[in-house]
Design a protein around this ligand. Structure first.
Ligand SMILES: Nc1ncnc2c1ncn2[C@@H]1O[C@H](COP(=O)(O)OP(=O)(O)OP(=O)(O)O)[C@@H](O)[C@H]1O
Ligand SMILES: [Mg+2]
Length: 370
């Protein structure tokens, strides 16, 4: 991967003084952000720092409460994503927006301005040509539902390239990728930047930012705290800017002997939301004093596993025991009473009732005690 030797020169995007409020939250607080042509610019920040909001303003999904947006030196006031696409902004969202029964080529064409419409098979040819040019491996005539998540992401990138995006925004693109796929994506990003386009890479993973970006802008609680050249910074400085204090990359782990099993999962199977098998014959044990990690690319059964353990999703076979009690047929409340605590992945959607206060939320699982 070759990066630019010299500093960025020409402006592709210039955001000045961007303010965006949601009820009770100042999501973007007077943010300045500029990206040059030919650079990969990382937008780094913790959950809720305001990264997606800022890029949703640049891509025409939200309108700022204050501040200005200019693209290629011209002032813009996008009233819709369509206007941003026409100005050369392409955004690949965290959750893809593809139509499953349609083919890759049909999806690429969908929603493209009429000037990009091609006759008959010409779209497939153009998609194949673009895929070849950028080393993006995907079959233009395959249906979306047949593709892996990594392949679907490549379709989203092709969609932006087909529309001749001059600024490509990728919102946490590596969350759904294997490490090998992530490395491949980085080479595609570098290739796109090498043509003089700008790539904005939203992430909270420091190693990835260090590996692919030329510059990085750090957001914290809605404010821009720094913009740095990658060569002038390092992981610990970026971590400190991101969270606002020193970060230890190593955790002291004392020697200890694990005790009795607290959680025993045996031969567990379950189906996913679409009725397909999500877990097959999963067996694991967590003993007193242990932390057990479950590794895997998103979408490989981790969520279903935690839901079955918590009693929120039925198992089709296998058992879950807490201590020496088999709770396979028990409701969530009985499992909580038996000592299970569960912090779900989607804390806002399933974990909390955001409109209630902290005390009410804490009491929710213990209502029968009051
Ligand atoms: N449509 C919305 N309505 C209300 N609040 C919102 C909305 N979108 C974002 N927020 C709030 O604005 C803040 C910034 O959110 P944003 O999604 O931009 O953060 P982020 O940096 O992209 O985080 P993450 O890493 O979790 O994706 C958060 O407090 C979030 O809850
Ligand atoms: Mg986000």
């Amino acid at each position: 991967m070759s990066r630019r030797a010299s500093g960025p020169t020409e402006g592709a995007v210039e955001l000045r003084g961007i303010v965006k409020r949601f009820p009770g939250v100042l999501a973007n607080d007077d943010v300045d952000f500029s990206v040059a042509r030919g650079e990969v610019h990382a937008l780094l920040g913790e959950n809720g720092a305001g990264k997606t909001t800022l890029m949703s303003i640049l891509s025409g999904a939200y309108r700022p409460d204050a501040g200005t947006v200019s693209v290629g030196g011209a002032a813009m006031s996008f009233k819709s994503p369509k206007q941003a696409i026409e100005a050369g902004i392409g955004m690949v969202h965290q959750h893809f927006r593809l139509v499953q029964p349609l083919s890759v080529a049909e999806n690429v064409l969908l929603g493209a301005p009429s000037s990009f419409r091609l006759a008959g098979n010409a779209t497939e040819d153009r998609v194949a040509e673009l895929a070849e040019a950028y080393g993006i491996r995907v079959n233009p005539s395959a249906k979306i539902w047949q593709l892996s998540v990594g392949e679907q992401q490549r379709v989203e990138i092709l969609k932006a390239l087909f529309r001749e995006a001059r600024v490509l925004i990728l919102d946490e693109p590596t969350a759904v990728l294997t490490p090998q796929e992530a490395t491949h994506l980085f080479s595609i990003m570098r290739k796109i930047a090498s043509e003089g386009r700008a790539v904005i890479f939203i992430s909270h993973k420091l190693d990835e930012v260090m590996a692919v970006a030329d510059r990085v802008t750090v957001l914290r609680a809605g404010r821009r705290v720094a913009t740095l050249a990658i060569g002038d910074s390092d992981k610990s400085e970026l971590a400190k800017l991101m969270v606002g204090r020193e970060v230890m990359f190593r955790v002291a782990r004392g020697d200890h002997e694990p005790g009795a099993p607290h959680l025993t999962v045996d031969g567990l199977a379950a189906t996913g939301d679409l009725g397909l098998p999500a877990l097959r014959d999963v067996t694991l044990e967590v003993r007193a004093g242990e932390i057990l990690g479950v590794a895997g690319v998103a979408g490989n059964g981790q969520r279903e596993l935690t839901e079955v353990i918590a009693g929120l999703r039925p198992a089709t076979s296998g058992t879950v025991a807490i201590g020496d009690r088999d709770l396979s047929a028990s409701a969530p409340a009985e499992r909580i009473a038996a000592g299970l605590g569960y912090v779900p992945e989607d804390r806002l959607g399933t974990g909390l009732i955001p409109s209630l206060g902290c005390i009410d939320n804490v009491m929710l699982k213990r209502t029968d005690e009051f």
